[in-house]
Design a protein around this ligand. Sequence first.
Ligand SMILES: NC(=O)c1ccc[n+]([C@@H]2O[C@H](COP(=O)([O-])OP(=O)(O)OC[C@H]3O[C@@H](n4cnc5c(N)ncnc54)[C@H](OP(=O)(O)O)[C@@H]3O)[C@@H](O)[C@H]2O)c1
Length: 230
Amino acid sequence: MLSPVTVVGGAGRTGRLVARRLLAAGAEVRVASRSATRGAKDLVADGARAFDVDVRDGSGLEAALAGARAVVYSVEPGTDNSGPNRPETTMYQGVRRVLELCPPDLGRFVLVSSIYVTHPEHQFNEWGRLLDWRLRGEDAVRASGLPYTVIRPSWLIDRHNRGIAAVRLGQGDQGDGQVSREDVAEACVQAIALPEAAGLTFEMYNKAGAAPDSWSPLFSALVKDDVLTH
Ligand SMILES: NC(=O)c1ccc[n+]([C@@H]2O[C@H](COP(=O)([O-])OP(=O)(O)OC[C@H]3O[C@@H](n4cnc5c(N)ncnc54)[C@H](OP(=O)(O)O)[C@@H]3O)[C@@H](O)[C@H]2O)c1
């Protein structure tokens, strides 16, 4: 497992599940969010370090990212049309700030994005052009030259329903459905652990069946991104 790992948004519902799984796997975990020292005391008690950061102005990020070997970015976007809580600041500028501060030998950058980012006509885009800025943030990750994985969860629920524990990964942003935060967190951890997850963008859904024994076949069945580097 790559370590240390900085989880930006690590005090959030998905982020803290990522942090817990990484701690269980023996990684050094840094939980970073605006109020991480207050909101992630339980994770600190279990061995994580907390960093108060704000991706909107970059405060605290340098210390949180120094020497990191992997980064997970799972930040709530804000939905205002103007002012600091607009998706442009969190989903695009914030992503770029974090990318710029990543060490050059970073082993994986995992971005938690969303389904529907390629559908600007979707009603979610009426909130601060949320989908447009998410896609711009994804594009910045894909163009960064860092080894990355972009995860687009469908609608989040805390836990999958009984018997709906299997995971479907899709590409092309054509699906709809639900996925549990637990499974998204597991996907983040597996994306850090497995080399075959590098260079992938995929949507995520739960479906009927059992949880995957191994994520390697799921990642290997996907098509790598065709990233223009010139
Ligand atoms: N809800 C859905 O159905 C759905 C579907 C697809 C994708 N998603 C996306 O999946 C991701 C995870 O969702 P979630 O529900 O687990 O999120 P969440 O519980 O709202 O957690 C978001 C985290 O972002 C941090 N944060 C917010 N603004 C920040 C800033 N300016 N700088 C640094 N940290 C900041 C928050 O902590 P502080 O308050 O301490 O800063 C919190 O730790 C989000 O990007 C979400 O939009 C959601």
